[in-house]
Write a protein of this length. Structure first.
Length: 345
């Protein structure tokens, strides 16, 4: 190359990146056919890091600050390019900037219920969602594992991968936390901590640091929620079988009423409704009979408890007068007397 050709070449003397705020994680400085001038200025702002890649290998990593690119600041490139010879010629190297600021409000959730083991229920399928935040902690690793030689790489391209990591470790996090499902909703902070601990190594493996994790909701699918509601209702009545039958009856009445009001349903539906109605009738009859018997027994006990000795004596005196007048026989008087005296016992 002649001296004039060398002078005509375009050189880069200022290398910097002003983030545009669109969630860009990695950005390659546009080189085209230009080369970096020896002694050029490199500006790395706060929340940024710069990586020089030469012939496909990461050569140097720069943190925040302003640097003059010389043989002293780029020793690896000095060795590769032999800057100490000839005209201290410019060099051509790829420069990548990485945003190290916190990427907040990244969403995660379960598109389908996740099956987990549970202390109380054995196994349940639950849904959960929340958000998290992260940042690039190791740009060298992130470059080699994720972003590569792309001109730019944003959070939206990484979103699916990170969501998958969260879901992959969700079950393990619940198992490690040891929190039963019924307590998860009340211990969302502890659950989030367990999930964050479980996820941190997976994020670090691709050069990321997990800064925050929240669990905003934990719930069951609708059909399982109904079963849970019934279990809660059963728990409220305890082990009293009579109360349990009353609870079941109360739960069944609206369904039968709805079925009857709707009409139709075919012969099979009518037959099922009839069979269920008979069963319901039996349950109602048994409950009614138990209630009446219990009520009668309670009424008898209350009546017996209400009779006073002076009332018994007054009644005997009146019966004695009726006997004296010939209205009652001796046998009738004796029977009534015995009956009244029993109530005093």
């Amino acid at each position: 190359m002649g001296l004039m050709d060398f002078i005509k070449k375009q050189f880069i003397d200022i290398i910097q990146w002003t983030e545009d705020g669109d969630g860009t994680l990695a950005w390659r400085f546009p080189m085209r056919d230009m080369e970096i001038q020896n002694g050029a200025s490199l500006t790395v702002r706060e929340s940024q890091m710069a990586v020089f890649v030469n012939e496909g290998k990461v050569a140097d990593v720069f943190g925040p600050g302003t640097y003059k690119l010389t043989t002293q600041t780029l020793p690896v490139l000095t060795y590769l390019k032999n800057w100490d010879k000839l005209f201290e010629s410019p060099f051509k190297s790829d420069v990548y900037f990485f945003s190290t600021r916190q990427q907040v409000d990244q969403k995660w959730g379960t598109p389908q219920p996740v099956t987990i083991r549970d202390k109380d229920f054995g196994a349940v399928r639950l849904r959960a969602f929340g958000n998290y935040s992260f940042r690039i902690a190791d740009p060298r690793l992130f470059h080699t594992e994720i972003s590569g030689t792309r001109e730019s790489y944003g959070t939206q391209e990484l979103d699916g991968q990170l969501r998958g990591l969260v879901l992959q470790h969700l079950s393990d996090a619940i198992a490690q936390s040891g929190i039963p499902f019924l307590d998860l909703a009340a211990n969302q902070i502890e659950f989030a901590k367990a999930l964050s601990t479980e996820l941190a190594p997976a994020f670090a493996a691709i050069g990321l640091q997990l800064d925050g994790m929240t669990v905003q909701n934990v719930s069951l699918p609708e059909e399982l929620q109904k079963i849970l509601d019934q279990k809660i209702g059963m728990g409220m009545v305890g082990n009293d079988m009579g109360k349990f039958m009353q609870y079941q009856t109360a739960q069944a009445i609206p369904k039968f009423a709805e079925g009857g009001a709707g009409g139709g349903g075919g012969i099979a539906g009518d037959a099922m409704g009839l069979g269920a109605g008979v069963a319901l009738g039996q349950v109602l009859a048994q409950n009614l009979q138990q209630g009446l018997q219990g009520g009668a027994a309670q009424a008898g006990q209350a009546a017996a408890a209400a009779i006073k000795p002076e009332d018994v004596m007054a009644t005997l005196e009146k019966l004695g007068e009726l006997k004296a007048k010939g209205i009652l026989t001796d046998e009738e008087f004796s029977a009534k007397k015995a009956e009244l005296l029993k109530k005093l016992v």
